[in-house]
Design a protein around this ligand. Structure first.
Ligand code: G3H
Length: 257
């Protein structure tokens, strides 16, 4: 019955947090691989968790992807009356749909909460040479300062191969990702199952080493197919991380115990 199911999910949440070594896990019923609507449930759970963290003034830095898109949609139903919300993209533009870019997600989040947003109109991947030039650009530098001073990080976790494809990764990097047996990706870092970084894209946005400095970090990723990706990334995640996921991913991760 429902009560048993709820108790079961709470137990699994505790188990999963311990297994991944993070502060908190929220599991929504279902598997977003099988039912795309479940991704929206992850979005809703993530939006509710975010709402509980809000202060009077909030700077929230956000990555891209379809899961973050679901969070943006869910923010429409969250009451943020009297709260100042500023959304800042945590990374530049990756390949793929415009609607999945951090810039677009931040714009949607601002619209759905009556807040404001900034843009980061740069490619996610930049050479060292280009980065030093871009950093001299006041508009870019301002956004990067805002990313670093954010109160909350909201991010997705991707499957390594899917993300490598989305990025139109060059042959040499693809080789590293494949030979290194990367399974997960976040913030331009590719991780193997043990959490080792096997490849890092030189990006202009948020870096993994910056993460522990933030007050709150919420990761949202679900679906059985993302189990390995979640596990690999969480070996590098700050302990304070809150993971919002679904039963499909959770069951698969716990099976590996
Ligand atoms: O950073 C990770 C990826 O952007 C996740 O994308 O939510 O569309 O799977 P996704």
């Amino acid at each position: 019955d429902l009560m048993k199911e709820i108790i079961g999910i709470h137990k699994a949440e505790k188990q999963l947090s311990e297994h991944l070594g993070i502060a908190e896990t929220i599991i929504v019923p279902g598997d977003s691989d099988k039912m795309p609507l479940i991704k929206d449930e992850i979005g809703k759970a993530c939006a509710r968790r975010l709402a509980a963290l809000l202060d009077e003034k909030n700077t929230i830095t956000v990555t891209g992807g379809t899961t973050m898109g679901s969070v943006a949609k869910a923010l429409m139903d969250i009451n943020v009356a009297g709260k100042e919300m500023l959304f800042v993209p945590a990374r530049g533009g990756v390949g793929g749909k415009v609607s999945d870019q951090a810039n677009s997600i931040c714009a949607a989040m601002a619209e759905n909460t009556g807040g404001t947003h900034r843009v980061l109109y740069v490619p996610d991947e930049v050479s060292d040479e280009l980065r030093s030039i871009l950093l001299k650009e006041p508009s870019i530098n301002n956004t990067l300062s805002l990313i670093r001073s954010a109160d909350i990080v909201l991010h997705g976790i991707g499957e390594a191969m899917k993300m490598a494809e989305r990025r139109n990764t060059d042959e040499e990097s693809m080789d590293k990702i494949m030979k290194g047996q990367a399974v997960g990706e976040a913030f331009g870092y590719y991780f193997d199952l043990d959490g080792n970084i096997v490849h890092k894209v030189s990006t202009i946005g948020l870096q993994l080493k910056d993460l522990p400095r933030f007050k709150h970090v919420i990761a949202a990723a679900g679906g059985k197919s993302k189990a390995k990706a979640i596990r690999s990334y969480m070996k590098n995640a700050p302990k304070s991380t809150v993971l919002v996921t679904d039963e499909g991913a959770a069951a698969e991760i716990l099976k590996e115990e």
